[in-house]
Design a protein. Structure first.
Length: 133
């Protein structure tokens, strides 16, 4: 035959089974825990599956045995809440400034209306609505 099975089908080539020593697994798990390696690095370097690496982590992790946890969050919940509270305070300050600005402009319009003898606000809206302003 020419290396193919019946009717041109490719022959099944069994995958070579590789066995990693316990010492190597423990070393790699330690490197991952110390954040010197990532799971994907181990997978690509040693041509193994990520499932195998996670199984090694489950079996040989020193963090699991001591009962401690490795937090893999980018931000803690408390940090997010603090940032959101700061943002709310900033927005409230902005609203306060805008309210002061509106009150100031209303006062200016009122003074102008008194000085000119007619309602400036009413005159401006009339001019804008008929397109002559």
């Amino acid at each position: 035959m020419d290396g193919t099975g019946k009717k041109g089908e490719a022959r099944f080539k069994p995958r070579q089974q590789r066995i990693f020593s316990v010492e190597l697994k423990k070393k790699l798990v330690e490197q991952i825990e110390l954040r010197k390696l990532k799971v994907r690095d181990v997978v690509s370097l040693y041509k193994t599956s990520d499932t195998s690496v996670y199984r090694w982590l489950e079996e040989y992790s020193t963090l699991k045995r001591t009962g401690s946890k490795m937090v893999v969050e980018s931000e803690s919940h408390e940090t997010k809440v603090e940032k959101l509270l700061d943002r709310i305070a900033e927005l409230e300050r902005n609203v306060g400034r805008k309210q002061l600005e509106i009150e100031f402009l209303d006062k200016v319009i009122s003074i102008c209306s008194d000085e000119l003898g007619y309602d400036v606000k009413k005159k401006c809206t009339t001019m804008q609505s008929n397109g002559t302003g």
